[in-house]
Design a protein around this ligand. Sequence first.
Ligand code: ATP
Ligand SMILES: O=c1ccn([C@@H]2O[C@H](COP(=O)(O)O)[C@@H](O)[C@H]2O)c(=O)[nH]1
Length: 237
Amino acid sequence: MSIYKRVLLKLSGESLMGAQKYGLSTEVLNQYAEQIRTVAATGVQVGIVIGGGNIFRGLSGVSRGFDRVKGDQMGMLATVINSLALQGALESAGARARVLTSIRMEPVGELYTKAKALELMEAGWIVIIAGGTGNPYFTTDTASALRGVEIEAEVLLKGTRVDGVYTADPEKDPTATKFAEITFDEVYRRRLKVMDLTAFTMCKENDLPIVVFDMDTPGNLQKVIAGEPIGTVVKND
Ligand SMILES: Nc1ncnc2c1ncn2[C@@H]1O[C@H](COP(=O)(O)OP(=O)(O)OP(=O)(O)O)[C@@H](O)[C@H]1O
Ligand SMILES: O=c1ccn([C@@H]2O[C@H](COP(=O)(O)O)[C@@H](O)[C@H]2O)c(=O)[nH]1
């Protein structure tokens, strides 16, 4: 059962490492693929954007002497590697998945357009949108907000390794408490780090609600799609 017709799922690149220090964990990929296959089988249209932090981030390159634009392009290519890996895991799980890229690179994937993404989703394909926004100085959080708004998703599902938005970073402050629901304005006021500000503002201005939830627990994606209150909902008043 789904309360949504179309969703944009943002997956953390860093989470794809699992217990490793770098790269891709087959176990995590297969676990994510199984959750996504299950919800897509209920008829909900699924668009996906994946981060690249398990491989490369442009900013970390700058600290090692890389040019920022080249570093960001390397980061965007890292998201393409992750997207192809997830596509493979989805196919192995028996799902139909296609990769569209924000930077032209056929035959790796067809160039992303809104029309192509909608055509595929309406025909039952899971669509993975790779390569971030295609531009440096952005993040995949911003890419997920942008693509979520473009494809007219009803919600941006931010699947991450924490189970919601807290009063402070729960990985640093054990006394932090979780919000079941919070407004965009309250997140600004409290300076909480839900997503980077560019991504966050894009969601607020276009009235795209965000659900932050723990993707590492099997079955959670299904629960979020069914409207169960397991994460944190961020929305306008
Ligand atoms: N107030 C807060 N509530 C919840 N999480 C918070 C908060 N402040 C900071 N965080 C941190 O945000 C992180 C989740 O962000 P995210 O999923 O974007 O990870 P990422 O490593 O940036 O992903 P990617 O690899 O895609 O760039 C968690 O590690 C969490 O500790
Ligand atoms: O639109 C975009 C998206 C991403 N990048 C670069 O890729 C890396 C990885 O993405 P994360 O969101 O950090 O996982 C990012 O650090 C940027 O360097 C980009 O340039 N433009």
